[in-house]
Design a binder for this molecule. Structure first.
Ligand SMILES: *Cc1c(COP(=O)(O)O)cnc(C)c1O
Length: 399
């Protein structure tokens, strides 16, 4: 196959870098945001509840609470379930740091459970080891947009009387057993960061069918303050508001919600495009003995936030870092998701975990690369990625 690697001075497959993810913003989105600036509402106004209602309808869930980020949504979810000092949250090592941090924010701590090698989602059979009398919630993540094994996880949660918070930051629009992700766990969270399925710049949402959680979430978003006289503990004057909990300013603005509403109209098209690109990649890589393509279980429909390839290092003469650098040199903006939580210095200082504790997650981490995947990628962009991967793999193949 084609020529000298760019990392060795050859011509790169692409002239300019193709990023691994990118937002898709069109003129409708721009108009929607601009029109808000002419109204009286530029922080929380009518578009916040409209965006919440539209997401709730889309996900078939009763309540939706918009927050300033997915991280704020996780923090709010931890608060809603009552996680506090000394409590433990169980999550996966293969996720973004915010999933563990939300427990620390509340004065609690984190226990990890290893992942399943096929989906890289938390392995329900590993959760038992992490459960203690202090477990306050299970926090599985729909890694790369593939829904976690929710029924098994909910069964474990029910046996231990703890709620399930599903991190669906990757999975807006995904389906589990024929149902949209978002209303299937006790609480689900979304992120609207620019690389996610739809964006509001920064932004997030918490979804639930539980009215008590809903009340706590709305308080938490605004300093723990209520202005609803029927919910106050003390006598109320007309100006009276009451701070009932320690909350934050985690509000999302009307400008952002205008963008979210406009983006949501395109979500299904975005996912269809992601899935078309994924099948293009899968067809190209399926028969390559050095590569493992992503799994999609029969009873789910992934939203494909990420396209994750695993390298069969046994068939290569180099490690993942070299493949990574060689692909970057070809101007393919590959990435790695994620550095295991228990490798992070803060986590190592705070928890007693060490390298070696989660062998499946660690083996996955040594072998994984994330290829570019976003709705506005063209077929030619995808062909460039395929050509670069084949070029690099060919150069380092062990015969
Ligand atoms: C993006 C992301 C978050 C955090 O969302 P932000 O909006 O960036 O704060 C949380 N969990 C996962 C799995 C994510 O990918």
């Amino acid at each position: 196959m084609s020529g000298k690697l760019a990392i060795h001075g050859g011509t790169p497959v692409r002239k300019t870098l193709l990023p691994y993810g990118h937002q898709s913003i069109n003129q409708d989105d721009i108009n929607a945001v601009a029109s808000v600036l002419k109204t009286d509402w530029i922080t929380q106004g009518p578009l916040v509840s409209e965006f919440e209602q539209r997401i709730a309808t889309y996900c078939h869930v009763k309540y939706a609470v918009a927050l300033s980020s997915g991280t704020a949504a996780l923090h709010a979810a931890a608060f809603a379930v009552g996680l506090s000092h000394g409590d433990e949250l169980i999550t996966t090592p293969i996720t973004f740091v915010a999933d563990g941090n939300c427990a620390f924010y509340q004065g609690g701590t984190v226990r990890l459970a290893d992942v399943h090698p096929d989906t890289v989602n938390i392995d329900p059979s590993c959760i038992g080891k992490a459960l203690t009398s202090k477990t306050k919630a299970l926090l599985p993540v729909d890694f790369a947009g593939h829904p976690c094994d929710l029924d098994d996880i909910k069964e474990i949660a029910a046996d231990h009387s703890v709620p399930v918070i599903e991190d669906a930051a990757h999975a807006l629009g995904a389906e589990y057993k024929g149902k949209k992700v978002g209303g299937l766990a006790d609480i689900s969270i979304l992120s609207f960061h620019p690389v996610k399925a739809i964006t509001t710049g920064e932004g997030g949402m918490v979804l639930t069918n539980n009215s008590q959680y809903y009340d706590r979430l709305t308080l938490f978003r605004t300093h723990g303050i209520t202005k609803d006289a029927t919910k106050m503990h003390h006598q109320n004057d007309p100006w009276y508001y009451e701070m009932q909990h320690l909350g934050y300013n985690y509000r999302l603005t009307d400008m952002q919600c205008a963008l979210g509403i406009s983006q949501l109209k395109k979500l299904d098209t975005f996912i269809a495009r992601r899935r078309a690109l994924v099948s293009h990649y899968n067809t190209a890589f399926h028969d390559n003995p050095t590569l493992i393509t992503p799994t999609e279980k029969k009873d789910v429909r992934s939203a494909y936030h990420l396209y994750v390839l695993q390298l069969q290092l046994e068939h290569l003469t180099v490690d993942r870092a070299t493949i990574f650098q060689a692909l970057r040199a070809e101007n393919i903006g590959i990435n790695v998701h994620y550095i295991p939580l228990h490798y992070q210095p803060y986590y190592q200082r705070t928890l007693s975990y060490r390298k070696g504790d989660f062998p499946i997650a660690e083996r996955y981490y040594d072998r994984t690369i994330t290829l570019p995947l976003f709705p506005q990628m063209t077929d030619e962009d995808a062909d460039d990625v395929i050509e670069a991967v084949q070029k690099v793999i060919h150069a380092y193949r062990r015969d």
